[in-house]
Write a new protein. Sequence first.
Length: 314
Amino acid sequence: MDQPDRPVLRSRAWSIALVGIAVLALALATTSIGDAAQATVVLTAAASGAVAMLLWAQVRSRRERGAYEDALTGWAAERAKQAERMRLARELHDLASHGLGLITVRAAAAQTVRGSGRADEQAAALADIEDAGRAATLELRRMLAVLRSPADSAPRKPGESLADLPSIVAGATVAGVRATLAIETGGQVSPGAQLLACAVVREGLTNTGRHAGPAQARVLVAREGDSLVVTVEDEPVPGWAPHPGAGVGLAGLRERVQALGGTVCAGPGPTGFRLVARLPEPSAAETPDRHPSAGEPGGAGRKPGAWRSVAPGR
């Protein structure tokens, strides 16, 4: 369906010309002609008038068509600008929420440590904050470089895949989140679904760090029929004060998933907060494709399939 502000071509030139010709024909039918000379003059005048109306309608319609095409081109360009602004807004949100947000959460988590290990934990937190800050600064510079030279072929990162999930899960430890990962896809997964699955996991773990604190989290990526289901569930730390966010992360994620025909459910789960995204993904060949889970750095992960996701029903 067209957008309400899209230009519409409404030309009345041919309607006016046809009405004029009909009036001429009616006038000829009701006019009495005395001789052949008078008939020749009248018919010649009527034919000239009809031809003039047709030529006028053609010229007028071409002008209106040209104006319509110009307006449509301007409208399409504006729509493209709006889409680009939305893309940049999502990029900036990811940078601020997933990068700088981790810095705030990590600092807040370090302040809650008491006892003899407080100094060591704060030193580790400062190191984590430095790493996260460097990564966020690098991403910001990359984005600004693209904005400053749009005509140049700026270097771009390859699209994320399921192979990047262990590093995404390990990166959540900057915020103190101890997450485990299980991937049970049962075969090949399309690049688009892999990219979106990474976005779901990153958003879910970021929200865990912000709202549940240095909590336990479980991530499962599994195939269920013709869908790839991504589940992120946490166990919040008692007494942790949630850090409010901008409120656009889940909304933007839901838009991306729904654009591919999928669904997103987020809300209370059996142990804490649960995020479930169901991505359309046709069943692949029955080829085992199980990956070992990724736990805390230096620790052993659990076996895939040790827990099952709950299909979204809300």
